[in-house]
Design a protein around this ligand. Sequence first.
Ligand code: ZN
Length: 321
Amino acid sequence: MSPGQIPMLAVALAAADRGWPVFPLAPGRKRPALHGHDRCPGTGPCAGGHQGWEQRATTDPDRIRRAWSSDRPFNVGLACGVAGLLVVDLDTLDPGDPDDVVPPAWVARGIGDGAGVLAALADDVGEAMPATWTVTTPSGGRHLYFAAPEGEALRNTSGDRGSGLGWKIDTRGGGGYVVAPGSITPAGAYTVTDDQAVASLPGWLLQRLRPAQPPAVPAGPIRTGSGRRDRYLDAALRAETARVHHAPASQRNASLYVAAVALGQLVAGGSLDEDEARRTLHSAAARHLALGAYSPRQAEQTISSGLRAGAKRPRRIEDAA
Ligand SMILES: [Zn+2]
């Protein structure tokens, strides 16, 4: 420990004193120092089953003193969800990664990092950039600490994926942790740079972070035709609806495209009305839209380009049956 540095035990106790459960991270690192599920010895705290960092995080000073009693300077992990915190992680461009570039839409607005994106999002809804207890990270990023509203199960979000807030903005709630201030990595220290009270999560952010309730079942095709052709068409519409509805997260957009191509072929073959194809695809995509997997505009673009691709290879149901 170099002069002026705070022992990690004091760092851990300071966080716990605020009521925030902590657990050890590897010395100089951001990853948990505790064993993972796959290496669980089934002894000690795990005698009754594996306990992950979220379960083992504690505010108990005695347990903390024991955990930080060795000479190894464990960094301090802070379990956000159990601490009742929602931490907004504003990141910066990675100078070591040539692929890490500012998206054109943000370049156009003169924005180059997560803090700029959050300020823009606030401005877009007529709100001020939220101010709260803030930690600056070694890379120049910022962790904004907010009190999460009771009874809201806010999980982690990542960038602009799903219900994420936007480019270079992650959030840490249930199932997430942050490196507590006072911790040190080779890149530098995590430091409190705005020592004001922890603010409540602003309502406009809560609204955006609240997970959407997806519809339980796909809204299937509404056709009730009789006869061989109609039965085949019903089956095709049902199959494509299911394909999209049940797509795994990584396949959401691809499955919508594939379904649109299939229905586009039937439209081009004169067996299916284009409006009905679009209605079916939109209703199949509704669950993913509700989850924020893509925007209505992205869904519309995928559907249109799939229908166009399918139109190049018309199929008639008489041929196919
Ligand atoms: Zn274990």
